[in-house]
Structure formats: structure tokens, C-alpha cells
Design a protein. Structure first.
Length: 237
């Protein structure tokens, strides 16, 4: 039952969309295959045990164990049931704020994408695209005046003024255990209090250079900030 339950958990997460909250999509098929295999093994093993108990209800063989018989299986079954009941929590600003502002802006862990000959419209760049572009060409003045339209969640930091917030997203390399935040500051025409932390927004504006945390930093001068629903897949890759 424990093996079967874990097969069901893997398939449930895969087809309910919850797997996006845990691992990189590159591993989805591996999870699906593992769930199918575990389900088949669980069913076969369950039938074998049931048949064995019917044919030999009082086995003479005795085993000496340190823990009560079946404890490991019960623990596996219990955690599988928890996996079906509890939805994983999406990383948000409380975790991102544990990252130093300078580290968030430098984005040292982001790997640049391969160069392409085609010209990319600046408004088509995602937040991660902008950060990756800065990784290759870090001079912020190079992008001044370019238009931007990006989505992410709101972060309030004490290191910046009330007219700023960070627009951030988490990037997964493999799974949620190695998730790290990236972000860009957004300069507002008013106060950031109307945009609470962890709310998802779409920001449209143009790029300018501002001094943030003692460093010249590419910043989005917002013309409009529109509240949106959190996407089904809140992470980037």
C-alpha cells in the first residue's frame, strides 16, 4: 500500500500541476515514469501479499526486528497521504529577502543564454531575460530608454526608498531546494504601499539608471503597474 501510495502521489502531482512547485520541467517525464512503475509494483506486491496470507495465514517464520513490524511502511504511507493533502508552498518575498540586496542585484548565479543573431524586442524580454542580458553586458546606461513589460511578485526592501519595490521571481536549476531569487528595482510615480508584498503584477515602463544600494543599477521606471493572478507556474528556469 505504501509503494502504491507513492506512485499515486507522483502521478497526482504530475497531472494536477503541483509538480511545477517542486522541480524543473525537464524531470517531469522521469517523475511520471517513476509513478507508473511504483503503482504497478505496489499493485503486484499487494496482490502477492494478499494471496500469501490467504494460503498461509499463520506463517511459522519469525523475524527479530528493532522496530515494530511494518513501521517503515506505515511511515511511508503516512507521508504519502500528507503529500496528497498538503499543497507545497510557493516561495515568496520572505525567502527572497534573506538574500542580500547586492546579491539580488548582481545575480551571480544566473547563467547567460546563448547568443542569437535575431534581434529581440525589449518588450518581449522576461524578467529573467533582462537579468541574463545584464550578466553579459552589465552597463545599465546601455539599456536606458528601452521599453519593458515584465511580470513578477512584489518585494519591499528596507534598503530602498518607499518609491521603489523589487520585482522578483525565483529560478529553479533542478528543484525547489536550489531555488534562488532574481529581481530588478521598479521606480514608481507614487508610494509602494498600494502594492503589497507577494502580490503579482505586470509592470510596463522604460529602463533608466538609478543608484540602488550604493550601486548604479538598471531600473524600470513604471508607467503602469497592473495586478495579475499568480501564474500556474510561478518559477523561471
Amino acid at each position: 500500500m505504501a509503494i502504491l501510495a507513492w506512485g499515486v502521489v507522483m502521478l497526482h502531482y504530475r497531472f494536477s500541476g503541483k509538480l511545477y512547485l517542486l522541480i524543473h520541467p525537464n524531470y517531469f517525464e522521469l517523475v511520471t515514469g517513476s509513478g507508473i512503475v511504483l503503482s504497478i509494483i505496489g499493485i503486484i506486491r499487494f496482490l502477492e501479499v494478499k494471496k500469501s496470507k490467504l494460503s498461509n495465514p499463520s506463517p511459522n517464520t519469525q523475524h527479530v526486528t528493532l522496530f515494530p513490524p511494518g513501521l517503515g511502511s506505515r511511515l511511508l504511507l503516512f507521508t504519502a497521504i500528507l503529500g496528497l493533502v498538503v499543497t507545497p508552498r510557493v516561495f515568496a518575498s520572505d525567502k527572497a529577502l534573506k538574500t542580500d540586496t547586492a546579491d539580488l542585484l548582481s545575480s551571480t548565479r544566473v547563467q547567460p543564454q546563448e547568443f542569437r543573431r535575431t534581434t529581440v524586442n525589449s518588450e518581449d524580454r522576461t524578467l529573467v531575460d533582462w537579468v541574463r542580458t545584464l550578466k553579459v553586458y552589465p552597463e545599465p546606461d546601455k539599456y536606458s530608454g528601452q521599453k519593458a513589460r515584465v511580470k513578477g511578485f512584489v518585494m519591499h526592501s528596507e534598503d530602498i526608498g518607499e518609491e521603489y519595490f523589487f520585482l522578483a521571481r525565483f529560478v529553479l536549476t533542478c528543484c525547489a531546494a536550489d531555488a534562488y531569487p532574481i529581481g530588478l528595482p521598479v521606480k514608481l510615480e507614487g508610494n509602494r504601499q498600494k502594492y503589497p508584498p507577494d502580490s503579482w503584477v505586470e509592470v510596463e515602463g522604460k529602463m533608466i539608471t538609478q543608484k540602488i544600494a550604493g550601486k548604479r543599477q538598471l531600473t524600470i521606471a513604471a508607467k503602469s503597474v497592473k495586478k495579475i493572478e499568480r501564474p500556474k507556474n510561478p518559477y523561471s528556469y
